[in-house]
Design a protein. Structure first.
Length: 367
């Protein structure tokens, strides 16, 4: 229901090449008996398959185009966090036992054919496993802290649920339980983090933007000339706070920053005695990719500064907010429990702390 509306919004208000919806229904009383959507096939190949063969210039062209798309989304503001829906689709739920809250959107946001509204958020943290049945607020949310608090409430409820295969677990069931993984410890950390949210997210007049949080190289299609032909995967896309939207797209991500070009002469090649040929050094390939992604990220920010300076400013000024959001996103992964515990403790003590991911990469330390 929401994906269809989101794509219509994208096509009407931006130049982003999203798939065309040929037919869809959210009703279950039709001939098939369930929701369905039929889209046309977007021409092109996944960027991942073409990346190695692309010239540096073509890669910069792709980055520049993605910057333009993100800037278009960033300039369209909303007053709530939630998913987009067609108002008439939600009105059909009036006969149901539950009608979600909704915020109607004006003509400047809707299309001539369809009135849009913001309503309940549909994202993986809210429906993973049996969470769809948990009694927590689901939006639309007026503040970042309300949104993240709802996710933490899911973890609090989950802590008292029987263990489920859908939940990440890094401990052997026959071993003694980790003291950081007990329900009491999990709920205790969640409550401490809940108390920090009003301080970290103190803005009372937030605005929000539609954000595609999974712009990886599989969701970007390019043609034979490496021009972008389509952006895929618009399900579970919802409006988010500005600080959340100002992230580097995933297709430019790398494990480490590498600002110096690797010297190929210091990487030893292995010799395959069976074929009589040298085997390329995998470390060199990895480091070259890290160097390339680092340079392209720098280019991304330079281009974004030219196109949308506010985006870059928000990115630079929101380190604590994004670090806190990261903590919430990995909260249920017990392998990170010690890091989460340490992060909360340092914010409680100092009022700030670097992101866990930056510390894991060795870019900074606790103090």
């Amino acid at each position: 229901m929401s994906e269809d509306t989101t794509i219509k919004y994208i096509q009407h208000h931006t130049s982003i090449p999203a798939p065309n919806i040929l037919k869809c229904t959210s009703e279950r009383d039709d001939e098939l008996g369930f929701e369905f959507m039929i889209m046309d096939r977007v021409p092109g190949t996944n960027l991942r398959h073409e990346w190695e063969s692309m010239s540096w210039l073509k890669k910069e062209v792709v980055v520049r185009k993605v910057v333009a798309y993100l800037a278009q989304l960033f300039q369209k503001r909303f007053t709530r966090i939630g998913n987009l829906y067609a108002t008439n689709n939600l009105q059909k739920l009036r006969e149901a036992s539950y009608i979600p809250d909704a915020v109607l959107l004006g003509a400047n946001v809707s299309t001539p054919e369809t009135a849009f509204c913001l309503s309940q958020i549909v994202s993986i943290p809210f429906f993973w496993g049996n969470r769809i049945n948990f009694d927590v607020p689901r939006g639309p949310f007026k503040h970042s802290r309300e949104w993240l608090a709802a996710e933490l409430q899911l973890h609090i409820i989950q802590a008292d649920e029987p263990e489920d295969d859908t939940e990440d677990s890094d401990s052997d069931s026959e071993d003694e339980p980790d003291e950081l993984a007990t329900p009491e410890a999990v709920k205790g950390r969640a409550q401490r983090l809940l108390k920090l949210l009003p301080t970290i997210f103190s803005d009372e007049h937030e605005r929000f933007v539609l954000h595609h949080g999974d712009l990886n190289s599989d969701n970007i299609l390019v043609d034979s000339d490496h021009n972008i032909t389509g952006i895929l995967d618009w399900e579970c896309i919802h409006t988010v706070p500005l600080w959340y939207a100002c992230e580097t797209p995933k297709f430019l991500a790398s494990d480490y920053e590498r600002n110096e070009l690797p010297d190929a002469d210091i990487y030893l090649e292995e010799f395959d005695e069976e074929t009589g040929k040298d085997i390329p050094n995998e470390a060199l390939d990895c480091h070259m990719e890290e160097y390339e992604k680092t340079q392209l990220r720098n280019f991304f920010f330079e281009e974004m500064q030219r196109v949308c300076p506010e985006w870059v400013q928000v990115h630079r000024n929101s380190k604590l907010q994004t670090a806190c959001s990261e903590v919430v996103s990995i909260f249920g992964e017990m392998i990170h429990a010690n890091w989460v515990e340490g992060w909360i403790a340092r914010v409680e003590k100092n009022g700030h702390c670097p992101s866990i991911s930056s510390m894991l990469r060795g870019e900074c330390c606790w103090d």
